[in-house]
Design a protein around this ligand. Structure first.
Ligand SMILES: [Zn+2]
Length: 502
């Protein structure tokens, strides 16, 4: 490689990935049945309306009902649910629709909703020949609800929210101007383990978010990837580190108005056992990842919430999830106000009276705005201010790494370029683009980047020059190439020194 043939990679996307960890999901829970397997006992009683009772569905709803029935009968209960719920948006007095809804909710293990649907059926058709049977069923379902193990949730009263926990890495929201969010779902027929029901489950999950947010977020499924703002893909590849022990991941990209795009990846296979993922678990995974994609990047501390990091006992979006969404969106709207201005955080009214967390948040926002505007030096300074207050702000770290990497590309001075790339790797050791760039420049400076001994020599030189951050990164790079306990300890000590001096 010629000495000037630097192969520098620009890092453009600001991303924050959130993953679900489910170490605790038990395969013996009985809630991981695979969807499909049509078993319909009572469909013959459906759709036979007695004269004088019920209603005639409108033309469009009749078609929806036919579609729902055929989905149901082929075992695609989630797909049927989406159609049936659509019907009752406009037609609420056809008993047959509620009977099918009850069946489909039962199959989807939505016990509360099933009981409610059967109950509505009975109200609409009190003298149905099968009324007694469904009265008994409603009682059984209501009993099940009461007997369902309710996890103890500490301070999680119905009135609370978990805004603090879910915004630990920043406040994010989709701006109203980007509604409905255009969602593109990658075709997955060739992905092993994928079944058409998965698409039903996913689409139903989008629907539930719209319902739970009172229509604040809306989605439009588009058939073309170009112009899509949220892209969902399916994979059976658990080799991706994030997916190895987790069933989904989501990342968002934002600009000065808020979130502008999101990517969601979902596993078609269960990470907890061999074989396909079950629909009930998948539904929870979809809801959870969409929640991240909407900007709830952290997790709920309460096990019954859909944003709890381990999915097992949840039965959809809880009132607390919905409330948290509302307060996060309100706060993020406030924070993004005047977002395009160039005023610095210190000029904010009452800056001195703000809590450290809020100050850090303002610096994070200013630094993030700056990196999008290509003002990398400004961005680095603001993000360092944020990290000085709260060294755990993951978004500040990853954005700082992006800013440092991109500034390095614009810098002619080789010494400064190395410094910036060291800074990028220091704050985000997982940044491969930055690592490639660093290796490339290290090589042009005469150090073999793949030789751990050479990296240690470089580290020693930097430490003598009092470049502790650079020395730390070089030691860590040597460590990646060849682990060594003494070296790791020295690197950790250097890291501590750097952190205490920022
Ligand atoms: Zn998560």
């Amino acid at each position: 490689m010629g000495s000037m043939a630097l192969n520098l990679t620009r890092a453009l996307a600001l991303m924050f990935a959130a993953n679900i960890l489910f170490p605790g999901v038990s395969t013996a829970s009985g809630s991981t049945t695979v969807c499909g397997a049509p078993k319909i006992a009572s469909t013959k009683t459906v759709g036979q309306k007695k004269s004088g009772s019920g209603s005639v569905l409108s033309g469009a709803n009749q078609q929806l009902f036919l579609d729902a029935k055929s989905l149901y009968e082929s075992g695609r209960y989630w797909g049927a649910l989406t159609k049936l719920e659509k019907i009752i948006e406009t037609d609420r007095d056809d008993p047959a629709v509620y009977l099918y809804l009850g069946h489909a909710y039962s199959k989807a293990r939505k016990v509360k909703e099933a009981a409610r649907a059967y109950d509505t059926y009975l109200q609409l058709e009190p003298d149905a020949p099968d009324a007694e049977k469904y009265r008994t069923l409603v009682n059984v379902l209501q009993g099940q609800q009461r007997n369902e193990p309710r996890p103890v949730s500490g301070a999680g009263t119905a009135s609370g929210d978990y805004m603090k926990e879910t915004t630990a890495t920043g406040l994010f929201r989709w701006p109203d101007s980007r509604m409905p969010i255009k969602v593109y779902i990658e075709p997955a027929t060739a992905v092993p383990g994928y079944r058409p029901e998965f698409d039903d489950v996913l689409q139903h999950a989008f629907r539930e978010w719209t319902t739970a947010t009172d229509g604040k977020v809306k989605f439009e499924i588009v058939t073309n990837r170009d112009g899509a703002e949220m892209v969902v893909s399916w994979t059976d590849d658990m080799h991706a580190p994030e997916l190895q022990a987790e069933a989904g991941k989501a990342s968002i990209v934002q600009d000065s108005e808020g979130i502008k795009s999101a990517e969601i990846q979902l596993l078609t296979v269960s990470p907890f056992k061999d074989g396909p993922v079950g629909c009930e678990l998948l539904y929870n995974i979809c809801l959870h990842e969409i929640g991240h994609g909407l900007g709830l990047m952290g997790h709920s501390p309460y096990p019954e919430d859909i944003m709890y990091p381990q999915l097992s006992v949840q039965t959809g979006i809880t009132p607390r999830d919905a409330r948290t969404f509302q307060v996060v969106y309100a706060a993020a709207a406030e924070a993004l106000k005047g977002g395009s201005g160039s005023s610095s955080p210190e000029e904010t009214a009452d800056f001195d009276r703000l809590s450290p967390a809020n100050k850090a948040q303002l610096f994070l926002k200013a630094g993030t705005r700056a990196v999008f505007a290509g003002q990398y030096r400004e961005s680095i300074s603001k993000l360092e201010d944020a990290l000085r207050i709260n060294p755990d702000l993951e978004l500040a770290k990853s954005n700082l790494a992006v800013a440092a990497n991109n500034l390095a590309l614009q810098t002619k001075d080789e010494k400064e370029r190395v410094n910036l790339l060291h800074k990028a790797i220091f704050w985000n050791p997982g940044m491969e683009a930055g690592r490639q760039n660093l290796n490339s420049i290290v090589e042009t400076l005469g150090t073999n980047p793949t030789d751990p001994a050479a990296r240690v020599l470089f580290a020693n030189k930097l430490e003598k020059e009092n470049d502790l951050l650079g020395a730390c990164v070089e030691l860590l790079e040597a460590e990646r190439l060849k682990p060594d306990t003494a070296r790791a300890t020295r690197a950790a000590q250097l890291r501590q020194k750097v952190l205490s001096s920022i």
